[in-house]
Design a protein around this ligand. Sequence first.
Ligand code: NCD
Length: 305
Amino acid sequence: MIRHVISVRQFEDKQLLTRLFKRASEFIELPPAQYPKPLTNLTMASVFFEPSTRTRLSFETALQNLGAQLISVENASEFSSAKKGESLEDTIKVLNAYADGIIMRHPEPGAAERAAKISAVPLINAGDGGGEHPTQALLDLYSIERFLGKVDGLKIALVGDLKHSRSHHSLALLLSNFNVELYLVAPKVLAMPTEVLDYLRGRKVVFQELTTWEPVIDKLDVLYMNRIQQERFRLEEEYLAVKDAFCLTMKDVKRMKKSAAILDPLPRINEIAVEVDSDHRAKYFEQVKNGLYLRMALLEYLYQA
Ligand code: NCD
């Protein structure tokens, strides 16, 4: 039984993944008036120390759909006592006095684990700096399965700022439970962290590191893009040197398999040209919708009686 959701490494149990995905698909079909209310009488805190559109709003919608009462700090770095210098540990202790669960995004890798250590109520990592983003990876995997009908046997490219992109880290780790071929495509300076690569090696995942998608684009089943993570660079010139490393245009998409899916956790900056949006392979806005239902399934599972 999972209590805190800190890392996708907690989701090695395929039966659990199947159960969550099945439930998310049921939620998609269910009229909102028939949503179950397992979170009735529970107060849930959504505390975001970093910007968010999709993760925060989908979590808050999911919580309310399931009957929870919500307390929320959307800009906790500015508008919580963190601004006055309160430690994360103290903030979490205080939230425990009000809430039955905490959804937290924080700029420091490892912050979710630190917070979970002292939280008596379940804590869900909604992104910890350049660390992990477990619920994003769950919805990404769910999306892959929904769009392609399977996960095993797929050729999947993760493209972009693999050094800093927590969505890429978590998805790579989660995909290690499956029999997939991974292509990790990034400029050398933005390569996937050694820690993730070692984990993949340890789990015998077939992967290849590349600096361009050229050799593989025509055989991919999934092209998973994400923006260059500007806020994680120490020096602006380092960001400027790589900011245009990738831009997917229709010229590239035309070379892809007809059955392929293009995903992106969003926000899209310039890694995908807007012209791609109308191609049938562009699935990123549908992927967003899956996030709501997957998060409902996860919350229902965490708070089951
Ligand atoms: C991602 C994030 O915050 O890590 N966005 C999201 O949660 N959908 C990706 C990103 O910010 O690039």
